[in-house]
Design a protein around this ligand. Structure first.
Ligand SMILES: Cc1cn([C@H]2C[C@H](O)[C@@H](COP(=O)(O)OP(=O)(O)OP(=O)(O)O)O2)c(=O)[nH]c1=O
Length: 212
């Protein structure tokens, strides 16, 4: 597993000397809210970012996950002075091919066929912007190996609708758990937000959830 953290200062936020425990989650993902709740963080607000998630030409899946997490955080930080803003992006990579959320069942079927019997990587980009404008981000990588899927497996899974709205067309936390032969790295990263890395980024920027 590789973790690289980058730090930069973005200019437009008001400087704030007091410690804030207000966190805005820049995400529409119900999984991310649940994961944060698991570690005792209740977002003060949920403000999904509406950005274009199309990959750039020749952009690697890793860079895509990082860029999208940063763009989501920046898009939401502007309207939320005085708060920590947290954003994330999950990309499933089959070789150099980035598998985002499938458009329809036909694309989901194609993705599941590509993942069947193979090892793939899940890249989770995480970005936090502090009240003083400091931006920190990193990408977390988890390796996942699927068992071979037959036609019946894929048909039943598509009928469950669990593929919808999920990168790579599967949710490790649901029925697709039985497809997972091996996982190496962070499990919560695959679900949508590495809790270890989120906690590390937030603590590094002085965020602590309110006690009690
Ligand atoms: C691989 C995998 C992905 N996912 C989900 C996590 C993310 O919600 C989604 C990937 O899409 P994202 O674009 O990362 O997130 P999102 O569109 O759901 O929400 P937002 O952009 O507003 O933050 O796939 C699972 O729930 N389980 C899994 O096993």
């Amino acid at each position: 597993m590789v973790r690289v953290t980058s730090v930069l200062q973005i200019g437009s936020r008001h400087l704030s000397s007091h410690v804030s425990s207000k966190l805005v989650l820049a995400s529409a993902s119900p999984r991310r809210v649940e994961l944060l709740t698991q570690i005792g963080i209740t977002p003060a607000a949920i403000a999904p970012a509406d950005i274009d998630e199309t990959p750039l030409k020749d952009e690697s899946p890793r860079r895509l996950a990082l860029r999208l997490a940063e763009e989501k955080a920046k898009a939401v930080a502007d309207g939320h002075d005085g708060a920590y803003v947290l954003a994330a992006d999950t990309v499933v990579a089959c070789g150099q091919r980035a598998l985002g959320k499938p458009e329809d069942a036909a694309e989901a079927r194609k993705f599941l066929g590509m993942l069947s019997g193979r090892r793939h990587r899940v890249y989770g980009g995480i970005c936090v912007i502090a009240p003083d404008g400091t931006l920190r981000s990193r990408v977390v990588e988890t390796q996942v190996i699927f068992r071979s899927l037959n036609e019946g497996d894929i048909r039943r899974y598509l009928a469950s609708d669990e593929w919808q709205g999920k990168a790579g067309a599967y949710g490790i936390q649901g029925l697709a758990a039985v497809f997972i032969r091996q996982i190496s790295g962070s499990y919560s990263n695959v679900v949508g937000l590495s809790l270890y890395d989120t906690d590390a980024l937030l603590r590094g920027l002085g965020y602590f959830p309110e006690a009690g």
